[in-house]
Design a binder for this molecule. Structure first.
Ligand code: ATP
Ligand code: MG
Length: 201
């Protein structure tokens, strides 16, 4: 369970924050609360790590911010450069990655463009050339451009993590939420990936 931190800051400076949670409570069944009275403000342009024991509610908090889950009470504001952010402008790298194993790395990254391509195009695998080029660019950026045509089930854990990062970048998000996205990696690869977020912009 994540407990309230009791932010002391004034609410006058709201606009400088990309994410603001105020008195958020969440329970999956209306009984036991996983999140209790959470206040959280994340400034624009910052890189923040959320650390806590297993089962403490980190993934739940991410799902509240991405609006996959609705809080029982409290307010959630996710703000981009032009005001309130649409859901698809928040790039989410889930703990389990959520890749389609039977598709190639490139095809998985292209799924990140679904809000621009449309559901039909995404399902049929019909992608405009410029989106394919963009997907290839992001795969290169995370260091696995040479694996673009490989099926995901043939990739290593670290390579899959990178595909998931590239897919999130493909959304051209203003905010990226990455949930334990290096937890299964060896220390060298984890360090390499953790050094990257600032260069993703
Ligand atoms: N839909 C649900 N119904 C009931 N309990 C749930 C549900 N989702 C999460 N929980 C419980 O809420 C708690 C927090 O889960 P959550 O996945 O947010 O933890 P976490 O901090 O991300 O853990 P980990 O570090 O292991 O990933 C856990 O005890 C989990 O069992
Ligand atoms: Mg988790």
């Amino acid at each position: 369970m994540i407990q309230a931190t009791g932010s002391q800051k004034s609410w006058d400076d709201m606009e400088e924050f990309a994410v603001e949670l105020c008195s958020v409570w969440y329970s999956p069944n209306g009984d036991h609360h996983i999140l209790k009275n959470i206040d959280l403000k994340i400034k624009r342009g910052t890189c923040l790590a959320l650390i806590g024991p297993s089962g403490s509610g980190k993934t739940t908090l991410f799902k509240i911010i991405t609006r996959f889950l609705k809080p029982c009470s409290g307010s959630v504001i996710v703000r981009g450069s032009c005001g309130s952010l649409e859901k698809n402008k928040v790039g989410y790298i889930p703990q389990q990655l959520g890749l389609v194993r039977s598709l190639t790395a490139l095809e998985n990254v292209l799924i990140g463009a679904h809000s621009r391509i449309g559901l039909a195009g995404t399902l049929l695998g019909v992608f405009p050339k410029k989106e394919v080029e963009l997907a290839a660019k992001y795969l290169n950026m995370v260091g696995i451009g040479h694996k673009a045509a490989k099926k995901v089930y043939t990739l290593s854990g670290g390579e899959r993590q990178r595909v998931a990062i590239a897919r999130a970048l493909m959304q051209q998000p203003e905010i990226i939420l990455a949930d334990e996205f290096v937890s299964n990696l060896d220390i060298i690869t984890a360090r390499e990936i953790l050094a990257e977020p600032r260069s993703w912009r």
